[in-house]
Design a protein around this ligand. Structure first.
Ligand code: GRF
Length: 204
């Protein structure tokens, strides 16, 4: 069975939705480890409550991004999350990962972004959508490539922006959709139903 590593920095609600689906036997993958760069991430406790091993690797202890990512990679490998037999999910992991990490786990790292990519990449995507005057936003699960929020799209969900929405109210409704589509994307990957063809994914 595939081994899953989830990288978080904060609340970990997306992580929890994936782990719960796995526990309910909806996804054929072994939840091997959750790694946080933030020792105070609430998601660590959530993962432990679900019986999943956790590790904290703080970036301040490493001289640069590459050294940090090498530690992440060796930790993932220790838990069996290898480039051959692993999937890495970024779930609110507030760091850009190095090209070396992306290359090593080619097409095996996925991320969730709270906007309909390619619109509103980067931070505060929900606020960006409101400020732009968009009528709809949503969320996107995509493969991670060497850019920021640019890899092939796996799944998206649409959320209507309401009059008077704030970053907080819109984020809340988008998060609900994130919790629905992220486990779905992990399941598609685990069941080998995603093929990548150039920029596109083909879901069978
Ligand atoms: C989510 O909105 C996700 O799209 C973004 O960071 C947030 C993480 O939330 N990348 P959580 O930690 O999963 O609750």
């Amino acid at each position: 069975m595939l081994n899953l590593g989830i990288l978080i920095s904060g609340g970990g609600s997306n992580m929890e939705s994936i782990l719960k689906s796995i526990k309910q036997k909806k996804i054929p993958i072994n939840p091997a480890v959750v790694i946080s760069n933030n020792p105070d991430a609430k998601g660590l406790i959530r993962a432990q409550k679900l019986g999943v091993k956790t590790e904290v690797i703080e970036n301040k202890d490493f001289k640069d991004r590459l050294e940090y990512d090498k530690k992440i990679i060796s930790t993932l490998e220790n838990y069996g999350v290898t480039p051959k037999n692993g999937l890495v999910c970024l779930a609110g992991f507030m760091r850009i990962i190095s090209p070396e990490f992306v290359k090593k786990y080619k097409n095996r790292i996925i991320n969730i972004h709270p906007a309909l990519l390619p619109s509103f990449q980067g931070l505060h995507a929900q606020k960006q959508a409101i400020d732009y005057g968009s009528k709809y936003s949503g969320c996107t699960v995509h493969f991670v490539d060497s850019g920021v929020d640019t890899g092939p799209i796996i799944l998206q969900a649409i959320v209507k922006i309401k009059k008077g929405d704030t970053e907080k109210t819109l984020s809340k409704r988008i998060l609900k959709e994130e919790h629905r589509i992220y486990p779905k994307a992990v399941k598609l990957f685990a069941e080998k139903k995603i093929k990548i063809s150039g920029r596109k994914t083909i879901i069978s």
